[in-house]
Design a protein around this ligand. Structure first.
Ligand SMILES: [Zn+2]
Length: 456
């Protein structure tokens, strides 16, 4: 790893490399110490796992050629020995060794990043878990492994989770569709009545059937907080109240709920995607949800999945096509041009409104886009970002733009990087999405604006 020199103190300590957006934090001696200790812990953990796997390999070697029953007993004894020396449970050690072995054998580059301290165990483990879906694809594992080595060191656990959730289905869309099909059989709802007058509800249901509900509850709860003088309840409590109202069948009147609608698109940029928003249906949820779906998926030429605008969920191609052609759903179609990188991530460079009718009937792709207005080239004289420009910025940014933050754009603010009263324009270039917490930090000059480090 690269090392940077820390100036403070008589002894200059090498600080494990930090991404350049917050490299200035290496100048804080306490943070530099914490960073170095963190990397040391990761390396020590990797060395511990390597030692355990070496022990396992040696013991199995000693019993090579013996009866399968004997070897199975040896395997169990190895786990027990390791559990004893680590004071851990045997089941925990078994899971640990299985995951470490999978990483070493199937994802050696990810293991290497862990062993040198560039990623922690939680991230390495999440990548291994996601890779199990494509464990049978010897051709795809090295692709994911290479991607992970490049991306995971710069991401936290939540970002890695969002990334693999999207990336693995992209690599093997057919396997993902089949897994979604199997997963539907796992649906359930369990009500656990506790001893304090409360009930815990645990449910497994198709994402497509509740994604709009989630947005609806948050939107209504937020609106109530903003309009409430008392402000007694927290946002979390308000969301629960809205949920109960829905369960009881109240609050159904009013604008009908929205259903997600994909947005078809193609683009000159190549991997065209679209985002769409949802429709209303009496008795349904009134909320707008946007998802990005490759045009080829809508056309039925591909099983590539759709991803929600806020990156929080992925939908199989069959669900998306069903929504897109649902006669009762109302959609706003947008075409998004994406500049994709080789690891399956992409930057949205153009957003073109296409209207409410399914746009791929008679769609002439790039030439249609060339005639349309790219909302990311527009601007407003107003200080406030509203209307289509606001929608376009939310769609472009997808989540809060503070490094490491995964809060969805639809729950966040659109902020001027250079404040409007200091001459900053209301343009896509001068605006970015920030969640409330990071917006407050930025207002106090405690959050770096991209390309400006340290914070200004
Ligand atoms: Zn944030």
């Amino acid at each position: 790893m690269e090392a940077e020199q820390l100036g403070a103190g008589t002894k200059r300590a090498a600080v494990a490399a930090l991404p350049k957006d917050f490299a200035h934090l290496a100048q804080e001696p306490e943070l530099a110490e914490a960073r170095n200790q963190e990397v040391r812990i990761r390396r020590a953990e990797a060395a511990k796992l390597t030692a355990l796997l070496d022990y396992r390999a040696r013991k199995l070697q000693e019993h090579q050629g013996q009866h399968a029953f004997t070897r199975a007993a040896v395997e169990k004894a190895i786990v027990r020995d390791a559990a004893l020396v680590l004071t851990a449970t045997e089941s925990a050690v078994r899971r640990l060794l299985e995951c470490a072995e999978f990483l070493q054998e199937k994802l050696p580059q990810t293991w290497g990043a862990y062993a040198e301290g560039a990623v922690d165990w939680a991230r390495a483990q999440r990548i291994a878990q996601a890779a199990e879906d494509i464990a049978h694809r010897e051709d795809l594992l090295p692709v994911l492994d290479e991607d992970a080595k490049l991306k995971a060191p710069g991401m936290n656990r939540a970002e890695v989770d969002q990334w693999v959730k999207r990336r693995v289905p992209e690599l093997d869309a057919e396997a993902y569709s089949a897994r979604c099909e199997r997963a539907r059989s796992k649906r359930y709802v369990v009500f656990a009545h506790l001893d304090d007058g409360m009930t815990k509800i645990d449910a497994m249901v198709p994402t497509v059937s509740v994604a709009a509900l989630e947005r609806h509850l948050w939107t209504r709860a937020q609106a109530r907080i903003e309009s409430s003088a008392q402000g007694a309840a927290t946002l979390t409590q308000r969301v629960a109240d809205e949920f109960v109202q829905r369960l009881q069948g109240s609050g159904v009147n009013g604008p009908a709920p929205t259903e997600i609608v994909p947005q078809g698109a193609d683009s000159a940029v190549g991997s065209g995607s679209g985002s769409g928003s949802g429709a209303s249906r009496p008795g349904s949820v009134n909320a707008k949800i946007s998802i990005l779906v490759p045009a080829e998926t809508l056309l039925g030429n591909s099983e590539a999945p759709a991803v929600s605008e806020d990156k929080s969920f992925v939908l199989p191609a069959s669900d998306v096509r069903q929504i897109a052609h649902d006669p009762q759903a109302e959609h706003d179609w947008l075409a998004a041009g994406i500049r994709a990188d080789s690891q399956g991530s992409g930057e949205i460079t153009s957003i073109v409104p296409l209207g409410t009718r399914y746009p791929l009937e008679g769609w002439d792709g790039a030439s249609a886009l060339a005639r349309a207005v790219n909302l990311l080239d527009t601007s407003s004289r107003s200080r406030f970002v509203s209307g289509q420009l606001r929608e376009a910025i939310l769609t472009r940014d997808r989540t809060c733009q503070a490094h490491g933050c995964t809060r969805p754009a639809w729950r966040a603010d659109v902020d001027h990087k250079t404040p409007h009263d200091q001459g900053g324009g209301t343009t896509p270039q001068n605006t970015w999405v920030l969640c409330r917490d990071h917006h407050i930090m930025k207002s106090h000059r405690l959050l770096p604006v991209p390309g400006k480090d340290p914070p200004q």
